[in-house]
Design a protein around this ligand. Sequence first.
Ligand SMILES: CC(C)(COP(=O)(O)OP(=O)(O)OC[C@H]1O[C@@H](n2cnc3c(N)ncnc32)[C@H](O)[C@@H]1OP(=O)(O)O)[C@@H](O)C(=O)NCCC(=O)NCCS
Length: 190
Amino acid sequence: MALLPDLLDAGVLELCRTEPKFHKGVLEAYEASYAEVHRWLVWAQEDPTPDDLWSHLQEDHLRFEKNDGWRYVMLERMSGLVVGWASLRPTESSDVVSIGYWVRTDRTRLGYATAATRCLTNAAFHHLAEVDRVEISMDRSNVASVAVPRKLAYRLDRETEYEPLTPAHTGRGFVWTIDRASWTNANCLD
Ligand SMILES: CC(C)(COP(=O)(O)OP(=O)(O)OC[C@H]1O[C@@H](n2cnc3c(N)ncnc32)[C@H](O)[C@@H]1OP(=O)(O)O)[C@@H](O)C(=O)NCCC(=O)NCCS
């Protein structure tokens, strides 16, 4: 049984478990954002065919059920449009999960990545009893992505070196982190 709920309330956004029914909306958002996501995201190095995307959504749906990663489509509450997605992923340590995100290019700088990340951090600590830490990683030059954990009071945990895999990667990364106690204190949660 899935440990995370199918729907999460992120204020201006609704986060909905990824399902094939979002195929058309995700494809449209992805195509409208290809130039930007291609610069940063390893999986966005090729324009996927609609069939590829269908398979990915199907795989994500199953992975969610097996608690092997929880990907949510971001739905803009006002319009019902798909405006990106955000995921919680397991890591090699059972007490650590990581968050990833992208936002449709014509909807950036509206606080959507921050809202989704706040919501997923809450969800991780609320629904995943084993988890004590949430991490967010990005290339050091991805200023938009760096701004998200910084705004949510994550702290910079470490700097990494890695093989660049996209046109904008420098090969130098940041890993930001927050632990359960710090998140609870900062957000006055029970
Ligand atoms: C990174 C990304 C998800 C940010 O999404 P977003 O919804 O625009 O982020 P938010 O609106 O929540 O912004 C968070 C902060 O980043 C800042 N920011 C956003 N885009 C920025 C940019 N291009 N340059 C500088 N700062 C930026 C915002 O100003 C905001 O800070 P503020 O509220 O103090 O002004 C989005 O730009 C994106 O999808 N990029 C391509 C894919 C990607 O890089 N994903 C992350 C890989 S690690």
